[in-house]
Write a new protein. Structure first.
Length: 141
């Protein structure tokens, strides 16, 4: 893995959470976007190079909605950027005994391709592997 990419925090209301985290972190969020495939609306904060991703559900059947129902708001996942090949990183982690929730990468926020590793295989922590999506027109992605 290259580096910590972000820390994901599940929230019920994105506007309320943005106001709270702006006050807490002393800075404004720099981006808001929706990820329809994940059923979330997200915003990002950057504090000295560490990104925080606030995730609010947009539909009741989303993973974030289910997470909040079971566990409440709070830290949801830790995301790591991988080297050049997300598919290879998934396969490598699977070989090491880490179970991908969905072994096929999906589109994520902030121009990323993502895959989650099941917390039962990662010591109780939901881990996201992510990779920057290639610029349109590039081969292979």
């Amino acid at each position: 893995m290259k580096r910590l990419e972000h820390i994901g925090i599940a929230v019920r209301d994105l506007d309320e959470a943005n106001a709270l985290f702006e006050k807490l972190l002393g800075c404004s969020h720099y981006k808001v976007e929706e990820v329809p495939s994940e059923g979330v609306r997200v915003s990002f904060f950057n504090v000295s190079g560490v990104k925080f991703e606030l995730l609010a559900p947009t539909r009741p059947d989303s993973a974030i909605s289910r997470h909040i129902e079971k566990r409440g708001e709070g830290v949801h996942h830790v995301a790591f950027e991988v080297d050049d090949d997300l598919e290879q990183a998934i396969a490598d982690h699977e070989t090491m005994g880490f179970a991908p929730i969905n072994p096929v990468p999906s589109p994520g926020a902030d121009n990323k391709r993502i895959c989650f590793l099941h917390p039962k295989s990662t010591g109780g922590v939901l881990v996201e592997l992510c990779q920057e999506r290639a610029v349109s027109g590039s081969a292979g992605r």
